[in-house]
Design a protein around this ligand. Structure first.
Ligand code: XIL
Length: 348
């Protein structure tokens, strides 16, 4: 039995993992109980799964994760209430079934906006009233910044934005606060939050929202990173910037890909990944966790986007690219749940 990650870092921050319900059992389940004190649903709490059809909520899978967290005394991160992805299309259809984004009449557009915000409120209210006693951290809004957007504030031009402007973000946070109470912890979550321009765009938005009284408690930094990108310093600087606004920081979806972006130079099998790559990753993990530990006053939770190398969303990219993408190995446990050099590098 190796030392639990959560015990190694118990004085600094919680250690979490994102999971599918099937991973609550078997070896995955044992790993979860041994190493982690925080849990996130990798998919089953997203709108597409919770409310696939208007008014038809499906809590079965989400409940399993909530129950597991409770039974094992783990923190629970709810991911995610609003996102442009994995959201069912019905949200964005008007009462006649036409796409709201195509409406040109100003009066009808105003009605559509109201309807969409109402739907959002209902979605959030239902979930929050069900889980408010169990959820510790809410990912309220996910990926609302897009540094390539054509507007100068870098607001992602999703359907949410096209129909409501930034009102969907405000409504989401206010609705969670209203039903979850003052003690609930509300996060705005995004990727590449450490990359210069994107970090600034997110910072400006968050500062503006706070000034307008929108209840935000912290920033979730997804942190899908690579062996040498971004620099650890940039990661810390970004978190310090948000801490100065009085906000908490959480690393919400950590994985360290062994490939660059776009991924090339594939290894044909997991076993073919050279030892030097595992060692380079261990160096990277070591540097990261050392920096996290040094800044544990501004970070409350570090969640990996998976448990072990057997299951990682990074492998889904192989279906999108045909240029020889290999199996990725982003975690500190290998495909057989054994510890990797990366494990030792964050334990010692
Ligand atoms: C990913 C899941 O891991 C995949 O299983 C799913 O097919 C797509 O979504 N940013 C997020 C997460 O906020 O919700 C995403 O999760 C990964 C990127």
């Amino acid at each position: 039995e190796v030392e639990p990650l959560k015990e190694r870092y118990e004085d600094s921050f919680e250690i979490g993992a994102a999971v599918e319900p099937y991973q609550l059992e078997g070896t995955h389940g044992e790993m979860l109980k041994h190493h982690y004190n925080s849990i996130t649903a990798e998919n089953v709490m997203k709108p597409i799964n919770i409310q696939p059809e208007e008014g038809k909520f499906n809590f079965e899978e989400a409940d399993k994760i909530v129950k597991f967290a409770k039974e094992n005394d783990m923190k629970l991160r709810f991911h995610a209430l609003v996102w442009h992805s994995q959201v069912p299309e019905w949200f964005f259809l008007d009462r006649k079934g036409n796409p709201m984004v195509e409406e040109t009449d100003p009066k009808q557009r105003e009605k559509n906006k109201k309807l969409l915000l109402k739907r959002l409120e209902k979605h959030i209210k239902k979930i929050v009233l069900r889980y408010r006693d169990e959820v510790d951290y809410w990912d309220v809004a996910n990926e609302v910044i897009d540094e390539y957007a054509s507007n100068d504030r870098g607001l992602r031009e999703s359907k949410w934005y096209q129909i409501t402007g930034t009102d969907y973000i405000k409504t989401a946070f206010k609705t969670v606060r209203k039903y979850a109470g003052e003690d609930a912890k509300l996060y705005i979550n995004d990727y590449n939050t450490h990359a210069g321009q994107k970090a600034d765009l997110l910072y400006n938005l968050v500062r503006d929202l706070l000034e307008q009284g929108v209840p935000i408690d912290g920033v979730g930094h997804q942190s899908h990173i690579q062996l040498d990108w971004p620099q650890t310093d940039e990661i810390i600087e970004s978190m310090e910037m948000f801490a100065e606004l009085g906000l908490d920081n959480q690393i919400t979806e950590l994985d360290v890909s062994i490939y660059g972006w776009p991924p090339t130079g594939a290894y044909p099998t997991y076993e073919a990944i050279p030892e030097e790559v595992h060692l380079a990753q261990a160096e990277r993990y070591n540097e990261l966790f050392q920096a996290f530990e040094e800044h544990d006053d501004i970070i409350s939770n570090i969640t990996f986007w998976g448990i072990a190398d057997d299951h990682t969303w990074l492998d889904d990219r192989a279906e999108n690219y045909n240029d020889g993408i290999g199996k990725d190995a982003p975690f500190v446990f290998d495909i057989n749940f054994n510890v990797k050099p990366s494990y030792w590098s964050i334990i010692d």
